[in-house]
Design a protein around this ligand. Structure first.
Ligand code: PLP
Length: 430
C-alpha cells in the first residue's frame, strides 16, 4: 500500500471520530442540563462510551494503577526492585494469556504500539531477499506486507475477497510453490472484522512446509479470541495493549517460539533495526522475568503497572470463560444487526470476529450522518477503512469490560443507538 493511501485512510478514520467529538461536547452540555442523569459507568468522568475496535474502555483499577509515583528501572535507582518485580511478573502473565508453558518461547513487552510487532517480525525473522507469504483479509494484512517490503523481504500476498479470507487449497498451492521463511496471518483484520482460522492453517503449514515460521497478527484478537500458542504450534503472535487486553495504548506485546528465536540466531546478516532488535531485547526480557534489573531502553513503569493489573484481572477467571462471553455477546450483536436488515462485511458466520462487527450501511444512510447521531447517544463507533468499501460501512468494537462487566450496559446502549440513529435517518427495514 502506498504510504499516502494509508495516511488518507487514517485521515478519513479520524474525521469520523472528530465528527463524534464535535457532538460529544453538545452531549455533555445537554446531559448537564437534564435532570434525569444516566447512571455513572464507573468512577471515571462521564464520557461517551468508546466502542471502536480499539482502543477500548478501561476498567477503573487498570486506569488507577497508572497513577503511580515515579519509578526507576535499575537496581541503583531508589525504587528499582519494586518495578523489576512487577515487570518480571507481567512477562510471566503474558505467557499465560498466550496459553504457553514452553520455556523456549519468549515474551516481549516493549514500549510502542501494535505496529512495532510487525517490525519485530520483519527486522528479526527475515533477511533481505527472503520470501514471505502474507495472508491478507484487509487493511492491516496489507500493512504487514508493506512492513516486510520496507526491510527488503520478497512478499507474496494472498488476498481474500472483501469480507472473506484466502482458502486453505490456495494457501497450500502457494506454500508448495517456493520456500517461504515466514507465513503471516491477521487473526482478526480490524478493517473488515474477518476472523482467520489458525488451527487448520497451522496443520497445513506443518504438513506442507514445516520449516516455515507461522506468525499471527493478534492485535485485534488476543484476549478476546482463543489463541493456544503451544497447541497450535505458532511461532509468533504480536499484539498491543489497547484492544481486548484493556490497557492504555503504548505497549507492544508479543510471543515468539523457540524455533523463531533459533531462526533469529541463525541469521547471516544483523537485524535491520536497532530499537526492534531481538538481540537487544531478549536478554532484557529474560533478566526481568528472573527479577534481575536490566537496561536497553527506558520502559514505562506506569504502563507496565496498568498491564499487570489488566492481565491479573483477565487471568482471575478461566480464559475459556472469557472467550465464550465474547462469543455470546458477539452472537447477540450479529443477530440484532441482521434483525435490522443489515449485512456484515464478513459475510460467512465462520469468518466473523467475536470482538468487533463491521456493518454495511443501508444505501440511503451515510456514515458521516450516522456516527454523529450515535455520538449524541453517548456511543462512539468508527468509520470504514478498507480501501474498496470505506464509505459504505461502520465498525463496532465489543471487547473487554464493555462485554465482561455485568454492570455496564454498553452493548445495549450501542444497539439502541444504532436502531434509533437509522430510524432518525429515515431507514426502515425492507
Ligand atoms: C490487526 C491490527 N494490526 C496492527 C495494528 C497496528 O497497531 P497500532 O495502531 O497499535 O500500531 C492494528 C491497529 O488497529 C490492528 O488492528
Amino acid at each position: 500500500m502506498h504510504p499516502s493511501t494509508r495516511l488518507s485512510m487514517i485521515a478519513t478514520h479520524l474525521s469520523a471520530s472528530s465528527a463524534s467529538a464535535a457532538s460529544l461536547s453538545s452531549t455533555t452540555q445537554s446531559r448537564a442540563l437534564s435532570s434525569a442523569q444516566p447512571p455513572k459507568m464507573s468512577s471515571q468522568p462521564e464520557h461517551p462510551t468508546l466502542l471502536i475496535p480499539g482502543p477500548i474502555e478501561f476498567d477503573d483499577a487498570v486506569l488507577q494503577s497508572m497513577s503511580h509515583f515515579s519509578l526507576g528501572y535499575r537496581s541503583e535507582s531508589h525504587v528499582g526492585p519494586g518495578f523489576v518485580s512487577t515487570f518480571g511478573e507481567t512477562i510471566s502473565l503474558v505467557r499465560k494469556i498466550f496459553q504457553t508453558t514452553d520455556p523456549s518461547a519468549q515474551p516481549y513487552i516493549i514500549s510502542g504500539s501494535g505496529t512495532l510487532g510487525w517490525d519485530l517480525v520483519a527486522a528479526n525473522l527475515v533477511e533481505a531477499g527472503e520470501d514471505v507469504l502474507v495472508l491478507s483479509t484487509g487493511y492491516f494484512g496489507d500493512g504487514f506486507a508493506d512492513c516486510f517490503e520496507t526491510y527488503g523481504a520478497k512478499v507474496t500476498k494472498l488476498t481474500g475477497p472483501v469480507g472473506g479470507r484466502p482458502q486453505l487449497p490456495e494457501i497450500e498451492k502457494a506454500l508448495k510453490s517456493k520456500k517461504f521463511k515466514v507465513i503471516t496471518v491477521t487473526h482478526v483484520d480490524t478493517s473488515t472484522g474477518v476472523l482467520s482460522e489458525l488451527e487448520k492453517l497451522s496443520e497445513l503449514v506443518q504438513s506442507v512446509s514445516p520449516e516455515t515460521l507461522l506468525v499471527v497478527d493478534g492485535v485485534c484478537s488476543v484476549a478476546c479470541e482463543e489463541i493456544a500458542f503451544d497447541k497450535w504450534k505458532l511461532d509468533g503472535v504480536v499484539t498491543a495493549s489497547q484492544k481486548a487486553i484493556g490497557c492504555p495504548a503504548g505497549l507492544s506485546i508479543s510471543m515468539f517460539s523457540g524455533k523463531a528465536i533459533k531462526a533469529f540466531e541463525a541469521r547471516k546478516t544483523p537485524p535491520a533495526s536497532y530499537f526492534a532488535s531481538m538481540k537487544n531485547w531478549t536478554p532484557i526480557m529474560k533478566n526481568y522475568e528472573a527479577k534481575k534489573p536490566s537496561y536497553f531502553a527506558t520502559p514505562s513503569p506506569q504502563l507496565i503497572h496498568a498491564l499487570h493489573t489488566a492481565l491479573t484481572q483477565i487471568l482471575a477467571k478461566p480464559l475459556s470463560e472469557r472467550f465464550a462471553k465474547h462469543a455470546e455477546v458477539s452472537d447477540k450483536i450479529k443477530k440484532a444487526v441482521t434483525d435490522l436488515g443489515l449485512k456484515q462485511v464478513a459475510s460467512k458466520p465462520e469468518d466473523q470476529a467475536h470482538g468487533m462487527t463491521a456493518i454495511y450501511l443501508p444505501e440511503t444512510v451515510k456514515a458521516t450522518e450516522l456516527l454523529p447521531r450515535l455520538a449524541k447517544s453517548g456511543v462512539v463507533w468508527a468509520g470504514g477503512i478498507h480501501k474498496e468499501i470505506a464509505p459504505k460501512y461502520v465498525r463496532f468494537g465489543h471487547m473487554g469490560v464493555s462485554v465482561t462487566d455485568p454492570n455496564r450496559k454498553d452493548i445495549d446502549k450501542a444497539l439502541n443507538a444504532l436502531a434509533n440513529g437509522l430510524s432518525e435517518l429515515g431507514y426502515q427495514k425492507a
